[in-house]
Every structure is written in structure tokens, then in C-alpha cells.
Design a binder for this molecule. Structure first.
Ligand SMILES: [Mn+2]
Length: 370
């Protein structure tokens, strides 16, 4: 009789990424953390004696990663195989397969890497489970291979590794192997280990079938999908084919983003909102919008200085200078008149110097009206 099969699923580490929006020293810390986070997942799979380690694409950032990144990943995967955790890998759009790809050049790889452009499978007789996957062929990635009914498991339990774009997210309808929820519902596998979207997202959650994006292992920048806790997926498939999963937190350096409309904050309130995020392993990007009070306006340059030590990295982007106030477009008030007069001046300004001066005048003036 088959026993329970356990697995760890991760994706999108993108080793070799430049973390280009960060200062070089901070980017270095992110690179170190990125490796530590991945190693910790490997260690977790070994310690918990899991059966399978699933890597759903984009483990590398580019088609030509540095040798150091290749050796690192290989060593970690070898560690798993040596400990008896079977490794399954698919390439993604960043590290796609095909003749002459990094997978060909630097092989053999520990475990099994799916390289053929169509679905193939590996049957694990001991565990009575079949693992499906395919290579990532950039020249055909507008296709939807899931819709073609090519996955026909020869046993009652199966897993699919897939790197592609879920259409329900409303974007990328024509690229990166797009698929719909209906495609996923049709696939006769118990677990679909998805890669490509960087935020942990459960696409389908049924007792006998689950499809999950694990998300990446280290937040790459301050965009929404990269902010907050990073997680992998640990799961089990019972002899009857029931699937249970739980997220495994990854100890990454946290990316966080705050947009604060300063029209509604006092200085103390603003301070409090920032302090709530205070953490030595957090990188915080704060965007200030709206019109500050004159009190707050004077303090904005000071806040950045005062809060820097609370974070690994802290940055205020002052968008209050780009002030755009719909209420003032037509208001017959001193404030409205002032706003329109300066906006008009700004539109007619010809040099950058002049524009900067007018933006500041607008900012200070509106702050005074507040
Ligand atoms: Mn991708």
C-alpha cells in the first residue's frame, strides 16, 4: 500500500539578480540573505525527512548566471539528494531551457530537471506517485499547454510542476504560458506546484487537489508582490490522494512599502506609522503624498534622518511636491486661486530650476493654508 508523500515547494529565487534599486551594500546583504533563505529551506526538507523538493522555475535570474550561483544551487540540490530528498526542477522564463541553455551547459544536475518542451513524467514506484513537468521554451510561451489534455497520469497520485501566468491576475494574457482556473481544475494532478508570481497565492484549494504559487524566497524590490513575508509550501498527499499544505516562513530581509497621505497625519501620527514597522531586518520605502501641515512640512527632511537607525534600509520619497488636488481645480477660495495660479505657472515654466522653485512654492503655500 502507498504511504503518505511529503514535499517542499519553492520557486523564483532568481539567483544572480542585481537588487538594482538598492544601494550596493544593501544589495550585498540581500544576496547573502537570498542564499541563506534557500539553504534554510534545503535544511528544513532534510531535517523533516521530506520525500520531494520541488523547484518551479526561475531559480536563476538570467540565462547566463555567474558560475558562483550555479555551484551554489548545485551544491544545495546535491545536499538534498544525498540526504534522500528527491529533487525535481523546471526552468522558468528567466532561466529557460532549449539547446545550449545553462541546463545543458552546466549539467549534469542533481535530481531531475524537466527539459523537453512538452510534458514528461517520472514515476516513483516506491511512493507510487508520478511527477510531471516541462521545459520553458520562450519561443512558444504564448501557448497554453495545460489546455491540450496532455497530462494523463498512470497512477492515482500525481504532481505537476508548472511555470506560468495565471490569467485571473488580469495581466499577461498572451505570454509566459498563460492559464485559467478552468485549466487547473481539469488537470488530473493532486498538487500543482506553480512558479512565476512572486507572492504566495493559493489558486485552487480542494481536499483532493491544490494549486499554489509559493512566491519567491527573497523580496526583490518594493513592488507589492515582493513586500512582506516570503514563504515556501510544505505539503502531504495521503494514500487516498488527499492534499494538505502549510506555508513555511523564510527568514528573508523583509521588503515593506508604506504610502502615507500626509494631509491626514500629525507629526506624531506619521512617526507612529513608521515606528510600527521598525525592524532591523526590514527595508522600508515610504512614499509621502498629499498636502502636509506647515509643521509637518518642516519636519519631513528630519524624519528620514531620525528613523534611519530603526531599519536595515529606510527611504522617504516625498511626493507631496507633485501635489495634484482635485478639490482645488475649481474651488473659489484663496487656496483654489493660489493652487491654479501656481499650476498655470508650472505648466509655462521652461527650465528645471524654475519648475523646482514653483513646485516648492506650491508645496509650502498649500502647507501654510492647511
Ligand atoms: Mn517567471
Amino acid at each position: 500500500m502507498a504511504s503518505t508523500v511529503s514535499f517542499l515547494h519553492t520557486a523564483d529565487s532568481q539567483f544572480g539578480t542585481g537588487f538594482g534599486t538598492l544601494p550596493p551594500q544593501v544589495a550585498d546583504l540581500k544576496r547573502t540573505s537570498q542564499r541563506e533563505g534557500f539553504s534554510a529551506l534545503v535544511q528544513h526538507a532534510i531535517r523533516e525527512k521530506l520525500d520531494l523538493f520541488l523547484l518551479s522555475g526561475d531559480v536563476f535570474d538570467t540565462a547566463h548566471p555567474a558560475i558562483a550561483d550555479i555551484s551554489f544551487v548545485k551544491k544545495e540540490l546535491e545536499r538534498l539528494e544525498t540526504a534522500g530528498v528527491q529533487v525535481f526542477v523546471i526552468p522558468g522564463n528567466h532561466d529557460s531551457s532549449g539547446p545550449g541553455s545553462l541546463w545543458d551547459q552546466y549539467g549534469p544536475w542533481p535530481g531531475h530537471v524537466f527539459l523537453s518542451p512538452g510534458f514528461t513524467s517520472v514515476f516513483l514506484a516506491d511512493q507510487d506517485i508520478e511527477i510531471f513537468g516541462m521545459g520553458f521554451d520562450r519561443s512558444h510561451s504564448s501557448d497554453n499547454p495545460l489546455a491540450a489534455d496532455k497530462i494523463v497520469p498512470k497512477t492515482s497520485r500525481s504532481i505537476l510542476l508548472y511555470h506560468g501566468a495565471w490569467q485571473n491576475f488580469g495581466r499577461e494574457l498572451t505570454r509566459d504560458y498563460p492559464f485559467s482556473l478552468a485549466d487547473i481544475e481539469k488537470i488530473p494532478c493532486n498538487y500543482i506546484a506553480l512558479g512565476h508570481y512572486h507572492a504566495y497565492s493559493v489558486v485552487l484549494d480542494r481536499p483532493d487537489k491544490k494549486a499554489v504559487y509559493s512566491g519567491d524566497t527573497e523580496g526583490l524590490d518594493f513592488s507589492a508582490n515582493e513586500c512582506g513575508l516570503r514563504q515556501a509550501v510544505q505539503g502531504e498527499i495521503s494514500p487516498e490522494g488527499q492534499v494538505t499544505i502549510k506555508p513555511v516562513p523564510i527568514k528573508s530581509l523583509l521588503m515593506e512599502y508604506l504610502e502615507l497621505d500626509v494631509s491626514t497625519y500629525t507629526l506624531a501620527g506619521l512617526d507612529h506609522a513608521i515606528q510600527e514597522k521598525a525592524d532591523a531586518r526590514t527595508l522600508l520605502d515610504v512614499q509621502l503624498t498629499g498636502i502636509p501641515s506647515i509643521e509637518l512640512f518642516r519636519e519631513i527632511p528630519v524624519i528620514e534622518q531620525a528613523c534611519r537607525h530603526l531599519f536595515l534600509f529606510f527611504r522617504i520619497i516625498d511626493r507631496t511636491v507633485d501635489v495634484q488636488v482635485n478639490d482645488l481645480q475649481k474651488a473659489q477660495t484663496y487656496q483654489g486661486l493660489y493652487y491654479r495660479a501656481l499650476k498655470d505657472k508650472l505648466a509655462k515654466a521652461t527650465t528645471e530650476e524654475e519648475k523646482t522653485a514653483i513646485r516648492q512654492a506650491l508645496q509650502i503655500g498649500l502647507a501654510a493654508f492647511q
